[in-house]
Ligand binder design. Structure first.
Ligand code: GDP
Ligand code: IMO
Ligand code: MG
Length: 423
């Protein structure tokens, strides 16, 4: 048995949560492999909307097991709130949610360090979600981190206090004016840890290895998107983890030769939240329409998402880096009514037309070149089969498939679980 991967191919918010939920019926286990509560994965079914930050998106299927892998960073305070929401909807997670002992914990002071770091960057700020992601991964690679498994040791509070003190020293050095009450933050953290400790902690790499040997199918769920990858994204305007396929190997302990299908998700257009380059960004009425019709506001921070045309140069790059075997096109319904649809198919870079992603895609370095497509008027949101899709949309999809050389297997025509068309 193999592990299939599901990854965002753009700057996040492609609709990963929705599709993981749709696909979970085919899998015994869903496992998150990186990121943390910077993610916001939205699921809509039976007229209910759920947003998950840390918990895998298979949690609403009562037979699926859900693993928070070692590559994830966990804020116990946020996780506890997610658990509360599940309880409110009568979801019994006590036998289906498992936490890797090797996952790192986000301390309250990691969040403060994130805020201080962003404040010091001024105009060059990343636009972080301020969930403490960067500082926590820094402590992981700096070999200072506190892990879930530490909570089973008698001296974990000592480790917590030592790390907190280190952070307070750093904050004093940064000398940024932050308003916080450490005692309250600590009390909140300790209360949340007590709840976290009621969940089963596992050696997730061993668990996954055994599951594969027992022919159990596994879907690995990514967070963020390839263009936010620490190595291959638009550095430094990226997140601090490996969001691409390789991250599933390190974030779960799965060998590369155990990876099966790689499902790549992209929106029919592009969005980005936070700072950083975005060559096909729109500042006109078309962009405003995408934002409005697509309800493009961050699921974690509520910030408006920047909108623009599909960037096929960037998409092809992501497809190659991840080895995507199948694609899922999301939010096709949002483009209904546009007379003309555009996709960026090359860049002008240093005076030359190129079709690969160069070192920098900053505004001053690249100018996008567009191919135009005829739009369609039809409302797609009630369609259920691929042969009902308008010809113009099919032409757009065919062009994308030819450009990136991977088939589009799912077309999503609305946020609900049911608004999903298989091809
Ligand atoms: P994720 O982070 O990749 O899981 O994506 P988010 O949940 O942050 O953002 C995707 C947003 O688009 C959510 O509000 C979804 O409910 C919504 N959505 C997903 N698929 C579709 C679709 O096909 N059409 C429309 N209109 N909305 C969608
Ligand atoms: P999901 O999983 C969209 C962006 C932030 C910021 C940059 C760094 O819902 O797709 P961080 O908090 O990691 O320090 O922020 O990355 N970002 C996301 N954008 N979707 C996400 O997750 C994101 N997670 C982080 O806006 O620009
Ligand atoms: Mg999201």
């Amino acid at each position: 048995m193999n592990v299939d991967l599901l990854l965002g191919l753009q700057w996040g918010d492609e609709g990963k949560g929705k599709i993981v939920d749709v696909l979970t019926k085919n899998y015994a286990i869903v496992a998150r492999f990186q990121g943390g509560p910077n993610a916001g994965h939205t699921l809509i079914f039976e007229n209910q909307k759920h947003v998950l930050h840390t918990i895998p998106s298979g949690i609403f299927h009562k037979d699926a097991k859900n693993i928070v892998g070692n590559g994830v960073v966990i804020d116990p305070v946020i996780l506890t709130k997610e658990l509360d929401n599940l309880s409110k909807h009568n979801i019994d997670y006590t036998k289906t949610l498992f936490i890797s002992r090797k996952a790192h914990l986000i301390l309250p002071t990691h969040r403060l360090l994130d805020a201080a770091s962003e404040a010091l960057k001024g105009k060059l700020k990343i636009g972080s979600t301020l969930k403490g992601i960067g500082p926590t991964y820094m402590d992981k690679t700096g070999r200072n981190g506190l892990r879930v498994g530490d909570l089973e040791l008698d001296n974990w509070k000592e480790k917590f206090n030592n790390l907190t003190q280190k952070h307070l020293n750093l904050l004093a050095f940064y000398n940024v004016d932050l308003d916080y009450d450490l005692d309250t933050l600590k009390a909140e953290f300790f209360a949340a840890v007590t709840i976290l400790k009621t969940l089963p902690f596992i050696d997730s790499e061993e668990y996954i290895f055994n599951a594969l040997n027992n022919q159990q199918s596994i879907l690995a769920e990514g967070a963020q998107g390839s263009m936010l990858d620490i190595d291959f994204g638009t550095y430094p305007f990226v997140t601090s983890s490996t969001t691409t396929a390789a991250g599933a190997c390190t974030g779960l302990g799965v060998a590369p030769n155990k990876i099966g299908d790689v499902f790549g998700i992209f929106k029919a257009y592009t969005t980005r939240v936070g700072s950083g380059p975005f060559p096909s960004e729109l500042f006109d009425d078309d962009g405003k329409t995408m934002s409005k019709v697509g309800a493009e506001f961050g699921a974690t921070t509520g910030r408006p998402r920047r909108c623009g045309w599909l960037d096929l140069v960037a998409l092809k790059y992501a497809v190659i880096i991840n080895g995507a075997t199948q694609l899922m096109m999301m939010k096709a319904d949002v483009l209904s009514g546009f007379k003309t649809i555009k996709a960026c198919t090359s860049y002008i870079y240093k005076g030359k037309e190129i079709t690969h992603l160069p070192y920098s895609i900053l505004e001053e370095d690249v100018t996008p070149v567009y191919t135009e497509f005829k739009g369609w008027d039809a409302d797609l949101t009630k369609l259920t089969s691929a042969d009902e899709l308008p010809k113009e949309l099919m032409d757009y999809i065919k062009f994308i498939e030819d450009f990136v050389q991977v088939p589009v297997k799912i077309v999503s025509v609305g946020p609900d679980r049911k608004q999903t068309i298989l091809r």
